[in-house]
Design a protein around this ligand. Structure first.
Ligand SMILES: NC(=O)c1ccc[n+]([C@@H]2O[C@H](COP(=O)([O-])OP(=O)(O)OC[C@H]3O[C@@H](n4cnc5c(N)ncnc54)[C@H](O)[C@@H]3O)[C@@H](O)[C@H]2O)c1
Ligand SMILES: O=C(O)C[C@H](O)C(=O)O
Ligand SMILES: [Mg+2]
Length: 561
């Protein structure tokens, strides 16, 4: 629906209050009539500007900042002042600005959150306020919250515990829900559960803006999260809740506790699994091989690693392997080396995926073997890095892998860029341009022998906006692994014409189309799986068009009209 044909919005706001409401503010784009009707005369300079003219000035201002972090601060200021302008600007310059509002610059913004803090956005729910949750949610002042991203700041990208600074992540993720998934910013809410921090620097920083207290005990934590979820369910029972960047000891237990109780998912486990399987399928298509032929080694067996491994097993089962045979194609390495069932103290989620003693014998590997030895003996065709450890993929490791596999698939997925296991440039040089690469953070194309190779950004941002849109158009009640698998397959289809030099995924500028495709496919699958009320495809398409928000100014009338 074009902005012109949309009905006017009836407002009770006027004067400075209207200018200070970022969802409604138009700045110099308020017309003469609106300025008169809403008591804005004299509060704005004389000239009327269109959104396009405003965006032109904003882009010049943006360019006047050299450092990514300063560009981030600038864009966040635009967002907090005029959200329509912010999203218009993002839409116009998505490839350039996505790394500024999202990964990798958002990592710096989280690390420096207290230092660069300007204005309030979203909800900070701190443990000392635990008896006041309903009032806090009420203070969000948004009646129709449809998508929430929540973190406790305990594992921000590969940067560890950032405490309240972790709020940068929900803000960045929700910006992508809007720009890629067409979800109105009026429907989104970032939340930071402030349960303290164990980061010693933050505990001693005089400017730290969070609750300056060590993280609470597990028991206190569980009770607090339970209260939070109950309060959410009371106020916004149909909202989608995305768990983001929770440390390993919390991520899966929270998902297991809540996935059947409300519409929620963990992005680092499930969203990452979906994008990675989709990207792997794209690499397999280029190699003309099924995924089930690959032998896959993970460096890092945490939330992301085990989430991806589990989804690969499901995909291999769809290709015809038994679960046991699919498992045998995967080896996981964590700090203690190759994970095996002989290890006595592995958490359940790792134990389920760890190699059996029989497999170890067959491969001639010992429990706890290091990455290089595993690569020598197991001869993997795929290597996935989700360890957060810069440099973990050394030249020797990559060259050894290529000794047994001329076109290795290598995905160093750790974020932000400074935590990557090996850069695409390094991997391409060490493999003479042969490796099929995808990274979690954005990287410039690599030139080898006069040929430019684009590097796919295998980031869950290809998935979650479409999931949110699906929930909204279909009224999905629960997010399952099967729905995530549907999203993977849509992504792989969207990548079906990619050539090696174009990279394994379409560019991020295709994200709106991909999100629409994911939304429709996931919505249809949800209906089939009885997770949403029946609707025809035509009804879903109509709902999608109706909901897909585009940044354009609406006309305003006074409520008394
Ligand atoms: N590309 C994406 O979309 C995406 C999505 C999620 C996570 N990630 C990235 O993946 C990384 C891990 O995230 P996570 O949620 O799994 O964190 P996590 O803490 O749950 O897991 C990381 C694991 O790596 C292990 N590890 C650390 N050093 C290691 C080493 N030298 N060798 C082997 N293993 C080692 C840790 O013990 C831990 O189990 C982060 O950098 C994160 O930014 C990327
Ligand atoms: O935030 C990202 O860029 C991806 C992912 O969710 C991560 O935690 O690294
Ligand atoms: Mg994350």
């Amino acid at each position: 629906m074009s902005a012109k044909s949309r009905r006017p919005i009836y407002l009770s706001y006027s004067g400075p209050q209207l200018l200070a409401t970022s969802l409604l503010n138009k700045g110099t784009a308020f017309s003469a009539t609106e300025r008169r009707d809403f008591n804005l005369d004299g509060l704005l300079p004389a000239r009327f500007e269109t959104l396009e003219e405003q965006a032109h000035r904003a882009y010049l201002q943006y360019q006047s900042f050299a450092e990514p972090i300063n560009r981030h601060i600038y864009l966040r200021m635009v967002q907090d002042t005029n959200e329509t302008l912010f999203y218009y600007l993002l839409n116009k310059h998505l490839a350039e600005m996505m790394p500024i509002i999202y990964t990798p610059t958002v990592g710096d913004a989280c690390e420096r959150f207290s230092e660069i803090y300007r204005r309030a956005r979203g909800l900070f729910i701190s443990y000392p306020d635990r008896d006041n949750l309903d009032a806090i949610l009420h203070n969000a002042t948004k009646r129709h919250v449809k998508v929430i991203v929540v973190t406790d700041g305990s594992r921000i990208l590969g940067l560890g515990d950032q405490g309240a600074g972790g709020m940068g992540i929900p803000i960045g993720k929700l910006s992508l829900y809007t720009v890629c998934g067409g979800i109105s910013p009026a429907y989104t809410l970032p939340i930071l559960l402030d349960v303290g921090t164990d980061n010693p620097e933050l505990l001693h920083d005089p400017h730290y803006i969070g609750w300056q207290h060590p993280r609470i005990s597990d028991q206190q934590y569980d009770a607090f999260v339970e209260k939070f979820i109950c309060a959410l369910q009371t106020r916004w029972p149909d909202a989608l809740l995305q768990f983001e960047d929770f440390q390993q000891s919390k991520a899966l237990p929270l998902l297991q506790r809540y996935q059947n109780r409300l519409c929620c998912f963990n992005d680092d486990i499930q969203g990452t699994a979906a994008v990675t399987v989709g990207t792997l399928l794209s690499a397999c298509r280029i190699q003309n091989q099924p995924l089930s032929n690959q032998r896959i080694v993970f460096a890092g067996a945490g939330s992301a690693g085990c989430g991806i491994a589990a989804q690969i097993i499901r995909q291999m089962q769809q290709e015809g392997l038994s679960e046991a045979d699919a498992k045998k194609r995967i080896l996981l390495i964590d700090r203690q080396g190759l994970l095996s069932q002989a290890m006595s103290n592995l958490p359940d989620f790792q134990l389920q995926l760890a190699a059996s003693t029989d497999e170890l014998d067959q491969l001639g590997l010992a429990s706890g073997a290091d990455l290089l030895t595993v690569i020598q003996k197991a001869q993997p065709t795929v290597l996935i890095g989700v360890s957060g450890q810069r440099g973990l993929f050394s030249r020797t490791i990559i060259e050894t892998m290529q000794d047994n596999c001329p076109q290795p698939i290598i995905f160093p997925l750790s974020n932000p860029s400074k935590q990557i296991e090996a850069t695409p440039e390094e991997i391409m040089q060490w493999t003479q341009g042969k490796a099929l690469i995808a990274t979690g953070s954005p990287f410039a194309p690599v030139q080898i022998a006069q040929q430019n190779y684009h590097i796919a950004q295998c980031n869950n941002s290809y998935i979650f906006p479409g999931i949110g849109l699906a929930v909204i158009i279909a009224g999905i009640k629960q997010i399952t692994d099967n729905l995530m698998m549907t999203a993977s397959n849509v992504l792989a289809t969207a990548a079906a014409n990619q050539t090696i030099d174009q990279g394994l995924l379409p560019p991020i500028t295709a994200c709106q189309q991909i999100s629409r495709d994911i939304a429709l496919a996931v919505a249809q699958q949800a209906i089939k799986d009885n997770l949403a009320p029946p609707q025809t495809l035509a009804m879903l398409e109509a709902a999608l068009e109706k909901h897909f928000w585009q940044p354009a100014y609406r006309s305003y009338r006074r409520t008394s009209d």
